[in-house]
Design a protein around this ligand. Structure first.
Ligand code: SAH
Ligand code: SF4
Ligand code: F3S
Length: 449
């Protein structure tokens, strides 16, 4: 058995990220903290001394994947002294020390507000074998991008708020992420300026519901409305594109639509999760809006912002969902004709109101509804894509396209993937591409002089 000789042995960390953009942002943050603390990162799990999973509790399937990964590491851990296995993210706050009962070889469980301590707890676990659980919330802590260790040179996520107070009856996020807290606007603008100075051209402002930014608890310092914040960020020198996520349809104000329509850096794109198209089920979900309200907001957005790209989240098989309720969702799809739909089978989460409802829907009915919904959603997405044929897209280049030799790819302002042939392009270049074909939801085209 190999023994680590001293504290300065460089440890290689492998990290796998599950879940939403908040986790992606926070994994980048943890990676930069590790690099600053003499760790190195590896993309090859077989080279690692430390394996971290940044986890998600939103659906059972997401948790099952992590439990299975953890199970596979019991022998790996024993093979060499000093190896460390850790769980970060939402499973850390939802299970805390109970995770160690399921996986006794686990060394550390660290929740999203405790990441500054990750380098230290890894070191302690490696040297002394001590396991630790740090899952408390900390209202004033917000992860920030480290401009010396950006995961991409041209794009970054910025956390503007955390937690959620909406308590939709199906959702675990208010429990895993705690109370909703807004970050001071001056900190957000300052981070944007630092990123722009480092060469970042696109930022995405993140929160579980950005529309309630500034309401309720504030961490410290000033907050303004989300629309005002968006305007300030959009006006930072060097920032060419601003996106945001997620907007709850209940409190999407005209002021926000106005800022989207008038600030040239704000992209023509919005993710507006509707969850379902039946008022009866929306009520049971505690979403607090009606289908009519939702459609009115979509109508106002579309009439104010040309070529707006609209995406949504949908849940099928929520408790009590009848064929008629599901038909409401299918009708809503026909009315909105989304550019992309993220669809999920309802997954009961411990501690939530919906998990205790007695009229759970059978798995086969969920499967069947999901398949029908996806078929319709794909058809709409492909048709929306086809409507871009012949148009010139402004593409922010991400890098070489894996599947197209000699090709590059990037995103249009609406956030569609665009592939084109060329030479010498770098991430962050802005290129005009005339679209000449599409494959499902991706566009292909020719660079314009
Ligand atoms: N704050 C965002 C949603 C974050 S969770 C919002 O309110 O829009 C992302 C998506 O996961 C949700 O929009 C929902 O569609 C889905 N989701 C959440 N809980 C779920 C559950 N228990 N089962 C299935 N899907 C779920
Ligand atoms: Fe979950 Fe609802 Fe909060 Fe979104 S708004 S995170 S779905 S509780
Ligand atoms: Fe999952 Fe937590 Fe995000 S539960 S969706 S990683 S906030």
């Amino acid at each position: 058995m190999e023994v680590l000789s001293n504290d300065l042995t460089e440890k290689k960390v492998f990290m796998e990220t599950f879940g939403c953009q908040s986790n992606v942002l926070e994994s980048n943050h943890v990676s930069s903290l590790l690099l600053k603390n003499q760790f190195s990162l590896t993309k090859q799990i077989e080279d690692a001394d430390v394996i971290l999973f940044n986890t998600c509790s939103i659906r059972q399937h997401a948790e099952d994947k992590v439990f299975s990964r953890l199970g596979q590491l019991a022998d790996w851990k024993k093979e060499k002294e000093g190896r460390v296995v850790g769980v970060l993210g939402c499973m850390a706050t939802s299970y805390k020390e109970h995770l160690m009962e399921r996986a006794p070889h686990l060394d550390l469980v660290v929740g999203p507000d405790q990441y500054l301590k990750v380098p230290q707890v890894i070191r302690e676990a490696s040297q002394t074998g001590k396991s630790q659980v740090l899952a408390d919330f900390d209202p004033v802590y917000f992860p920030e991008n480290d401009t010396e260790h950006l995961s991409q040179p041209h794009k970054a996520f910025i956390e503007i708020m955390k937690g959620c107070d909406k308590f939709c009856t199906f959702c675990v996020v208010p429990f895993t992420r705690g109370r909703e807290i807004s970050r001071p606007s001056e900190d957000i603008v300052l981070e944007t300026q630092k990123l722009a100075h480092a060469g970042v051209k696109e930022v995405m402002l993140l929160g579980q519901n950005v529309n309630s930014y500034g309401l309720g608890l504030k961490s410290k310092g000033n907050t303004i409305t989300f629309a005002q914040l968006l305007r300030e960020v959009a006006r930072v020198d060097g920032i060419e594109r601003v996106r945001f996520m997620t907007s709850h349809p209940l409190d999407l104000p005209d002021e926000l639509i106005e800022v989207m329509a008038t600030e040239s850096a704000v992209c023509e794109s919005i993710h507006l999760p509707v969850q379902c198209g039946s008022d009866r089920i929306l009520k049971r979900m505690s979403r607090k809006y009606s289908v009519e309200h939702y459609l009115e907001r979509v109508q106002k957005l579309r009439s104010s912002i040309k070529d707006l790209f609209i995406t949504t989240d949908l849940i099928v098989g929520f408790p009590g969902e009848s064929d008629e309720d599901f038909q409401g969702t299918m009708d809503l799809l026909d009315q909105v004709r989304y550019d992309a739909v993220y669809s999920f089978k309802y997954s009961p989460r411990v501690g939530t109101v919906a998990a205790r409802m007695l009229d759970q829907v059978a798995e086969e009915a969920k499967d069947e509804r999901l398949a029908r919904l996806n078929e319709k959603a794909w058809k709409h997405a492909a048709e929306a894509c086809a409507s871009r044929l012949g148009k010139v897209e402004e593409v922010l280049v991400d890098g070489p396209a894996d599947k197209t030799p000699g090709g590059f790819y990037g995103k249009s302002r609406q956030n569609r993937t665009v592939v084109f042939l060329g030479q010498g392009y770098q991430a962050g270049d802005v290129v005009k591409v005339k679209v000449d074909r599409h494959k499902v939801a991706n566009l292909y085209g020719i660079v314009q002089p």
